[in-house]
Design a protein around this ligand. Structure first.
Ligand code: SAM
Ligand code: SF4
Ligand code: SF4
Length: 330
């Protein structure tokens, strides 16, 4: 019997942030100006791998069947391959989200450690546009090499592209062509108002519907049914078999199907991407709290959960402070 929250949603998925640091400064996530003097978590505050595994086992006992490692940039966490090796045997679908800058050198070891699924973020094929989006002028070279290496190692891949009107919408079609040719599913993510620093403006949201319209010029798309709880709308090209997904979190919120929790790198549990405070599970683990007590805390947090920020967006004052995505784990 799944654990249901206050709105009847089952607990099924967990995102675990393994670091709040990143080697990019994407303007929509960690804008350079806001993060120039940012106080990142001290290494001693990060959950250890044993603590992460311990918590993961408790979450699984409560019904979690998907775990995604994220950040910040998870491939920056020293020993990430060892963490994968610890988590891979657990009865859960394990995946990792990465900007792929460091993937070329780590893909083989990650695969050998038992990781099979990668979500890769890339917002443009053209270097100049990518450089603007990533805030540091970094080129696509290492990302594309990382993707090739991951393909060669047999990973199951998905590409994620945040589309921001006025910045990278002209990359929608080039990205679609590039990844369709490589048979890698591409998902278009609407620019969201996460955190407090990305100067979100509704007018800059390039909607999934807009992206779909652009693609229709090149691809014969038909909708594909996915699992009912899925947050993306899927389409397939009848000619080429290319697959596309649309995560329309702003224009078509999917809070009613939101089945996930997020654990920050220092062990705080968040019930929504737009939450303001977390519940300190790391503290419980470090003070030797027994497993049953930790499970009871998680159960209470989930059963009391009423979050549905995206559905209420229009009514939430823009001045309310939110947690940063790079900290909570995107
Ligand atoms: N660094 C890794 C990466 O970029 O894949 C993992 C963490 S990142 C926070 C996870 C995902 O969040 C990325 O796909 C990123 O594009 C997305 N993201 C971050 N800020 C966002 C925003 N304001 N709107 C929509 N998606 C965002
Ligand atoms: Fe880093 Fe990922 Fe955020 Fe970009 S989206 S700044 S790669 S954490
Ligand atoms: Fe889930 Fe919160 Fe996003 Fe709604 S706004 S889908 S509740 S994380």
């Amino acid at each position: 019997m799944p654990l249901l929250d206050a709105l009847g949603r089952p607990l099924e998925a967990l995102r675990i942030s393994v670091t709040d640091r990143c080697n990019l400064r994407c303007t929509y996530c960690m804008p350079r100006s806001a993060f120039a003097n940012h106080a990142f978590l001290a290494p001693s505050r990060l959950l250890t791998f044993d603590e992460i595994e311990h918590l993961a086992r408790i979450f699984i006992s409560l019904g979690v069947r998907k775990i995604r490692l994220t950040g910040g940039e998870p491939l920056l966490r020293p020993g990430i391959v060892d963490l994968i090796r610890q988590l891979a045997p657990l009865p859960v679908e394990l995946a990792l989200s990465t900007n792929a800058l460091l993937l070329r050198g780590q893909a083989a070891a990650l695969r050998e450690a038992g990781l099979q699924r990668l979500n890769i973020s890339l917002d443009a094929i053209e270097n100049e546009v990518f450089g603007v989006m990533n805030g540091l002028g970094v080129s696509t070279e290492n990302v594309l090499a990382g993707i090739d290496e991951a393909l060669a190692r047999g990973f199951s891949l998905k590409l994620n592209m945040v589309v921001q009107r006025g910045v990278n919408e002209a990359q929608v079609l080039p990205m679609a062509r590039h990844f369709a040719a490589r048979k890698i599913p591409l998902r278009f993510i609407e620019f969201m108002d996460v955190g407090n620093n990305n100067r979100w403006d509704r007018a800059q949201v390039f909607s999934g519907a807009d992206a779909l319209e652009v693609l229709r010029g090149d691809f014969d798309l038909v909708p594909v049914a996915g699992p009912a709880s899925e947050t993306e709308r899927r389409f397939r090209c009848t000619r080429t078999g290319a697959q596309f997904g649309f995560v329309n979190s702003v224009t078509a919120p999917f809070c009613r199907d939101c089945n996930r929790l997020r654990l920050s790198a220092d062990g705080k549990l968040f019930t929504c991407l737009f939450a303001r405070t977390g519940h300190d599970l790391g503290g419980l683990v470090r003070t030797g709290t027994v497993e049953e007590k930790i499970a009871a805390v998680i159960r209470a947090v989930w059963t009391g959960r009423e979050d549905r920020y995206s559905e209420l967006r229009a009514t939430v004052p823009a001045t309310e402070s939110k947690v940063e995505m790079s900290y909570i784990g995107g």
